[in-house]
Design a protein around this ligand. Structure first.
Ligand SMILES: [Zn+2]
Length: 682
């Protein structure tokens, strides 16, 4: 195309500036002002127009770009189709930016000192931040640049102009690769962008920023390679060469920032651009996060109304409770009780139970406003439309608000229901994992849209089969996807954590929870757990939930535990055994047997009482709540928390061994598993 000296739509092309992945850029003038005009290549771009007319992705992106208004982002002025040329083409008119590209500056070693480099880089961050904050694109959550590189950044003094944002989204890497035109250099692509460019989030830009900063500080790139396949392999699998190798005087903090940005998994990087920006302002590469991670026990409620009345005669601490929405119809007084200031209330919507056809056995579930009509079971297909998801989320969150939640839980379902792991999925929309993520995102948006919910917190509800976590890819997916959304914490229900759990499963379950908390800085609550929860707290997890003196592990079967024996036994908590024990109500022989060896409980509630009164349902609950709360306090004050808990396991094992009349090795084999895992987990 001979464009020089031609005039199109009033713009006179004066100079060729350069060629990029999807076209050429020219300098042009109109009414005495300077402009840069990008002329798109006909192939892919025009295909879009042919297929979708005016409502194509390029047009949508351009519409968003027109709303961008930030000094560090190049301004889009105009766009038009060149119908009067012999070759079909598309023109994008932008402001003309004076200066030199960062690429050229790096090449000719023009970046003088660290201070100047960081000043420029911080301005690049401000530009990317503005981009990430733009609302109105297809996910309503800002634009991902996707093609940031030194060539796309014009520098003038400390000031920058970032080019080509957003537009590269329409240029699918795979499409271009298949036609032999790889867009630009993959050097700046994140590992996830190379693997699956369609499913990336803003943290992909953070990786790219890591490469850019690396290059600015060292004039080198993070990997040595001689060809494209080698580079791609290294981006995906190899640690970057430490920048110190090229720039011995690099500040520790900057090197650490680069390492964190270049992490292979998005969840290992910064949560968002704001956190990265604050890293430059703080002394540490990872600034402190604001969330409260102090250990807490969350009492999962059932019928503890009168027990709580008594409890608060003797205690004035705040109690964390988890109230399953289904109990509202039977436990009206209890529900009223927990609206008080002495409670921090989580409402469990129990949406997971609608994923099973057995939900119809339970009357209360059918009364919940979000219960599907006509005996439908909630499946990804049931919630396949965006509108339906929105309605569902609104019903769930509003119900939780109505029940007095301080902490909302996003609707969650059983991600294990499908045997297809998210990584191997064929159609992501039809899978549980994606559905629950979408519902979480929707729940965050809905909560943020309601002014009365401003002081509430929203935790992501996650329900998994713990066995799935032994698959590293699945675990990484879980961490990557859930950490991407800005909730206030997580409550994780896991099936398969019980007395028969293998060391491998237990290890990966704990590892996943700890990583989720460590990398997001947000509290993670292990939902419905036995005394293992105390162990998780000793490892730094924020909390766990358990019912008062009830057998707790996550299994739908337990909801139906209404067998004959149900009314004949109570479960009594023995801290010395790290668990609850089934005791006959009428003649508590087992209580006597155990107490005769370990000694009777001397707590506020059991002290001096006859065995039948100790085991009495109400006393039993008080004993449990009192004991566990105290244990959590003890762990809080321990310096070597893990050591403390391993010791507790040892003591419990020895106690079981002393109770030869009651127990065999099989009865405490789970403690041997705990010990093995707690000694190995990092
Ligand atoms: Zn007691």
């Amino acid at each position: 195309m001979a464009l020089i000296n031609q005039t199109l739509n009033g713009y006179t092309f004066t100079e060729f500036i350069g060629a990029g992945g999807f076209g050429s850029v020219y300098k042009a003038t109109k009414d005495g002002s300077l402009y840069a005009i990008k002329v798109f290549r006909e192939d892919y771009i025009l295909q879009e127009y042919k297929q979708s007319g005016q409502n194509n992705r390029i047009q949508r992106e351009i519409d968003i770009m027109k709303t961008v208004n930030h000094p560090y982002l190049i301004k889009y002025v105009d766009d038009f189709k060149g119908s009067d040329l012999s070759v079909p083409s598309y023109f994008l008119v932008m402001e003309f930016a004076e200066g030199e590209t960062l690429q050229k500056l790096i090449k000719r070693n023009a970046l003088q000192n660290e201070g100047q480099i960081i000043a420029i880089f911080k301005n690049i961050l401000q530009g990317i931040k503005a981009l990430h904050q733009i609302r109105g694109n297809d996910d309503g959550k800002g634009i991902i640049h996707r093609d940031l590189k030194p060539e796309n950044i014009i520098v003038n003094g400390d000031r920058v102009k970032i080019l080509d944002y957003g537009i590269s989204k329409v240029i699918d890497y795979t499409t271009l690769t298949s036609t032999g035109n790889f867009l630009g250099s993959p050097l700046y692509s994140s590992p996830e962008q190379i693997t699956d460019s369609k499913n990336i989030d803003k943290r992909s830009d953070l990786y790219t920023l890591g490469v850019v900063l690396y290059e600015m500080l060292t004039s080198k790139v993070p990997y040595e390679f001689t060809n494209l396949p080698e580079l791609i392999d290294k981006i995906k699998n190899e640690n970057p060469i430490p920048p110190r190798k090229y720039f011995a005087d690099i500040k520790n903090k900057y090197e650490n920032i680069i390492f964190k940005l270049l992490e292979k998994n998005p969840y290992q990087r910064y949560l968002n651009i704001d956190e990265l920006i604050s890293a430059f302002e703080s002394d540490e590469a990872i600034p402190k996060r604001e969330y409260d991670l102090s250990p807490r026990f969350v009492l999962r409620l059932w019928n503890e109304g009168s027990a709580l009345d008594i409890y608060f005669q003797d205690h004035n601490d705040k109690l964390n409770v988890d109230f399953p929405a289904i109990h509202q119809f039977q436990q009206k007084k209890l529900l009223q009780r927990i609206q008080g200031n002495e409670f921090c209330t989580i409402i469990d919507p129990e949406t997971v139970r609608f994923a099973y056809d057995t939900y119809t056995d339970t009357v209360g579930l059918k009364k919940l406003p979000y219960c599907p009509e006509n005996f439908e079971v909630i499946t990804p297909a049931y919630l396949n439309s965006y509108r339906k998801q929105q309605e569902y989320v609104k019903l769930v969150i509003d119900e939780e608000a109505k029940l007095g939640a301080d902490i909302f839980i996003s609707p969650y379902h059983y991600t294990h229901n499908t045997n297809v792991l998210p990584t191997y999925k064929q159609n992501p929309v039809e899978q549980w994992f994606d559905l629950d993520i979408k519902l979480l995102k929707e729940a965050i948006d809905y909560k943020n849209s309601v002014p009365e919910y401003a002081d509430k917190k929203l935790y992501a509800g996650i329900c998994i089969n713990s066995g799935s976590l032994t698959d590293n890819q699945y675990k990484n997916d879980l961490l990557n996807y859930y950490s991407a959304h800005e909730c206030d914490g997580y409550i994780v229900y896991a099936d398969g954590i019980d007395k028969n759990t293998t060391p491998v499963t237990l290890y990966h379950y704990i590892d996943a929870l700890l990583k989720l908390q460590r990398f997001t800085g947000r509290p993670v609550i292990a939902g419905r757990l036995n005394s293992l929860g105390l162990g998780l707290i000793s490892l730094g997890l924020a909390g766990f939930s358990a019912g008062a003196a009830r057998f707790e592990s996550f299994s739908e079967e337990l909801h139906k535990d209404r067998t004959q024996g149900f009314n004949l036994y109570e479960r009594y908590y023995f801290p010395e055994l790290l668990g609850t024990v089934s005791i006959e109500k009428k003649r508590p022989t087992r209580l006597n047997q155990i107490s005769s060896v370990l000694g009777a409980c001397q707590c506020l509630y059991c002290h001096g009482k006859a065995p039948e009164d100790v085991i009495n349902a109400q006393n039993n609950k008080l004993h449990y709540i009192h004991s566990v709360t105290k244990e959590v306090e003890t762990i809080k004050n321990e310096t070597d928390k893990r050591g403390y808990f391993i010791n507790r396991i040892d003591v419990a094992i020895r106690n079981y061994q002393r109770l030869t009349a009651v127990y065999k090795r099989d009865d405490y084999k789970h403690l041997l598993v705990w010990k093995e895992v707690f000694e190995n987990i990092r």
